[in-house]
Ligand binder design. Structure first.
Ligand SMILES: NC(=O)c1ccc[n+]([C@@H]2O[C@H](COP(=O)([O-])OP(=O)(O)OC[C@H]3O[C@@H](n4cnc5c(N)ncnc54)[C@H](OP(=O)(O)O)[C@@H]3O)[C@@H](O)[C@H]2O)c1
Length: 285
């Protein structure tokens, strides 16, 4: 109980003081290192923090795979990023691939189509938070947050690991291969993972907040374990990064009036997507 109160206070403190705490952090354009020639996968690039991350990598001449669950939204994004690039006299290297991280079949299909391709940076950004809504279940029968935020990205990472290991052996761009898991400080509010009922299936009081926090805790634990299993000599670095409280479409499931109220009251305290993406880009060097 004490831990929960402590976590709640810490998260609340961070939300309302983050702008003050981060005011010295350089802008996105001045962060991170060169990624020219790297192949990067960004999941969930169609909005928010993922879009900023994908467009930053593309601007820096990486080959960016836009891993989206909707071909239409992916192509729209690719067109927009090409137009952004053209304004600066560049032609970004972009590719749209279908990936629904909430569906294990889709994850397997994506990974098997990758085959022998190199992979330098995997950004597991796609995620959901059905704030205020009821329990949803993925096609595979997992609780929605657990399936989308942890189990899908976990499988994707493990299936692509051999590609990253191969790339690490032959890579000569001087930087480690990266797995960047977009995490959340909210994981601190989860009291733990009930391994007998990880999907809130046994009629226990469900809340989308508890489910989101649990899925993010699972992701942080996975990151720590993968780091432990991949020694420095492997050339692969795994990181979990909290982007801060960022004004994105993350509130899309709230009723219209609540969304408006959230945006109105929280805007002064929230980071922009570009400010939120700084954490990940910083690790890409
Ligand atoms: N915003 C914050 O304050 C905050 C704080 C801490 C952590 N985070 C984390 O940051 C990440 C990005 O969130 P955001 O705030 O930028 O939210 P967002 O604007 O809602 O973006 C989420 C992205 O994930 C994609 N996505 C959702 N479910 C997917 C699925 N099953 N398969 C493939 N793509 C899927 C969405 O694609 P569609 O266009 O298809 O919907 C969208 O591109 C999430 O992991 C979130 O938990 C955010």
């Amino acid at each position: 109980m004490l831990e929960l109160v402590g976590g709640l206070l810490s998260v609340t403190f961070d939300v309302f003081t983050q702008k003050l705490q981060l005011f010295r952090l350089p802008s996105l354009a001045d962060i991170g290192g060169p990624v020219e020639g790297c192949t990067c996968i960004v999941t969930g690039p169609t909005s928010g923090i993922g879009r900023e991350t994908a467009s930053t990598l593309a601007r820096r001449n990486a080959h960016v795979v836009l891993a989206c669950r909707s071909l239409e939204r992916g192509e729209k994004l690719r067109k927009a990023l090409l137009e952004e690039g053209a304004k600066n006299g560049k032609t970004p290297s972009l590719e749209v691939q279908i990936l629904d991280v909430a569906c294990l079949d889709s994850v397997r299909k994506f990974a098997s189509s990758w085959q022998q391709r190199p992979l330098h940076i995997l950004v597991n950004n796609a995620g959901m938070f059905t704030m205020g809504a009821g329990r949803v279940v993925t096609k595979d029968g997992f609780e929605g947050h657990m399936g989308t935020n942890f189990l899908g990205p976990f499988l994707l990472t493990m299936l692509l690991l051999p590609c990253m290991q191969r790339t690490a052996k032959v890579s000569n761009h001087g930087h480690p291969i990266r797995v960047v898991n977009v995490s959340s400080k909210m994981h601190e509010l989860s009291p733990g993972i009930d391994v007998r009922d990880p999907h809130f299936a046994k009629g226990r009081a469900y809340s989308s907040l508890a489910a989101y926090n649990r899925s993010k805790l699972a992701q942080v634990v996975f990151t720590a374990e993968l780091r432990r299993r991949l020694p420095a000599e492997s050339g692969i670095v795994t990181t979990a990064v909290h982007p801060g409280e960022v004004m994105t479409d993350v509130v899309r499931t709230l009723p219209g009036l609540m969304q408006t109220a959230y945006r109105f009251f929280m805007r002064p305290f929230c980071l922009s997507p570009a400010e939120g993406a700084r954490g990940f880009v910083e690790y890409m060097k």
